[in-house]
Write a protein that binds this ligand. Structure first.
Ligand code: SR1
Ligand code: MG
Length: 408
């Protein structure tokens, strides 16, 4: 087990005091609030404010998976991947990521911009918030990263160095196991409502699903296209809306410790999956208008992604071979792969370890149908992705499956 000191609410002030670059940003002798707010699966997160209202976030990676404890060791060096990706992504779209102030590689602590005037998007969705603009912002984020960290934008040697530095095998293994392998192949870590037993059995007996997950895992492990976020669900996005409005004035992606060079469509699929999950919750609660609003986030993200990628396309490094026909093919491939990854990402949240509060906080009688619906959407996407993977079609297919599966 790695040997370094963990931060506590009692030691945050001393930590800031001993780092002059941090003490210049927030007064360690005038801290008025220090809260540990980490509710993810892996890390400690402290938010602190001083008497003049200046805030800071300190995030520390633990040498194990927090959701399980010391029995599941995990490299704390994942904090470096988070910092490197935050910085690389911030350079491309500064308004869509928190600013990193400093990184402490000895204690794996990231000091960064305090976003406590934002809320986690998943929580906002669960509470019925309409965070208009967030889905498009995330599409723009993925589009700028897809272009800006790839061979389309980077010089060859610089790209090779970036790919090497971003190798993140321990965190990628979590995804390979929990997302692509265990839900379909079975694992002691899997769990579901008893009433969903037949749905899970059908899912795991579905040969098309198994083949698709093999394909998805292979693509994930071999397609080093761009420096992904790597875990871009709605719990990795913060949104801020002025009181009484529905339109976000700030949207930030964070928590990119799973970052690595991988297939661009993986981040898109993660977003799509979580929109379907949010819609499944809304349908289960009988909030059909709201569910349709959730599903409409899919085309909003895709359209913004494509627009941002096309906006950057004229500056690609080698237009002699990367011409507009190539672009059309690439976008079609990513559209279809996004369905494949979305299928993986939504089904893992129903069957595998690490679920979502959108579904888990439903009463069991409603949760049964919501879970069944999400598994049906996943199976449908796998079958239909080659026919026509237009985002609007995903919306239609998902709506039919979710409405057809709901229980009361
Ligand atoms: C052991 S970590 C479980 C999950 O939490 C993260 O958010 C990732 O999605 C990971 O798969
Ligand atoms: Mg996370």
């Amino acid at each position: 087990m790695a040997d370094y000191e963990f931060l506590t609410e009692q030691t945050v002030a001393d930590y800031i005091r001993s780092h002059p670059d941090l003490a210049a940003r927030i007064d360690p002798d005038q801290l008025v609030g220090i809260r540990e707010v980490g509710d993810g699966n892996l890390n400690l997160v402290f938010l602190t404010t001083d008497a003049s209202g200046r805030g800071m976030c300190l995030k520390q990676a633990l040498p194990y998976v927090r959701m399980v404890g010391e029995g599941w060791p995990m490299t704390p060096d994942r904090a470096r991947h988070e910092v490197d990706s935050l910085r690389a992504h911030h350079a491309l779209t500064p308004e869509l990521l928190p600013e990193v102030f400093a990184y402490d590689p000895d204690r794996f602590i990231i000091a960064m911009e305090d976003l406590s005037d934002h809320v986690v998007w998943r929580a906002d969705l669960i509470n019925g918030g309409r965070s208009d603009g967030a889905a498009a912002a995330m599409g723009r984020y993925v589009g700028s990263v897809a272009f800006g960290t790839s061979a389309f934008a980077m010089e060859r040697e610089e790209l090779a160095a970036a790919v090497g530095a971003a190798l993140n095998p321990q965190l990628c293994t979590i995804t390979e196991d929990l997302v692509f392998t265990e839900p379909v192949a079975g694992s002691d870590r899997n769990a579901w409502l008893e009433a969903n037993g037949p749905d899970v059995a059908a899912f795991q007996a579905d040969a098309a699903m198994k083949q698709a997950m093999g394909e998805a895992k292979w693509a994930f492990m071999t397609k080093a296209e761009a420096l992904l976020h790597g875990d871009l669900h709605t719990g990795s996005v913060m949104v801020r809306r002025p009181d009484g409005t529905t339109v976000c004035d700030s949207v930030k992606a964070f928590d990119s410790e799973f970052a690595f060079y991988g297939p661009v469509a993986f981040d898109l699929g993660a977003l799509f999956a979580n929109y379907v999950i949010a819609a499944a919750r809304a349908y289960a609660l009988g909030e059909d208008d709201r569910a349709r609003w959730c599903l409409a986030l899919v085309p909003q993200t895709w359209d913004a992604f494509e627009a941002e990628f096309r906006r950057r396309w004229p500056s690609r490094r080698d237009p002699r071979v990367w011409d507009d026909d190539f672009l059309a093919g690439l976008l079609a491939t990513w559209r279809s792969e996004a369905w494949l990854f979305a299928a993986a990402k939504m089904s893992r949240r129903i069957i595998g370890a690490a679920k979502t509060r959108d579904i888990e906080s439903l009463p069991p009688n409603l949760r049964e149908g919501a879970a069944r619906g999400v598994l049906r959407v996943a199976r449908t996407l796998v079958l239909e992705r080659h026919a026509d993977s237009a985002p609007a079609r995903l919306v239609e297919l998902a709506e039919a499956a979710l409405v057809g599966a709901r229980t009361s």
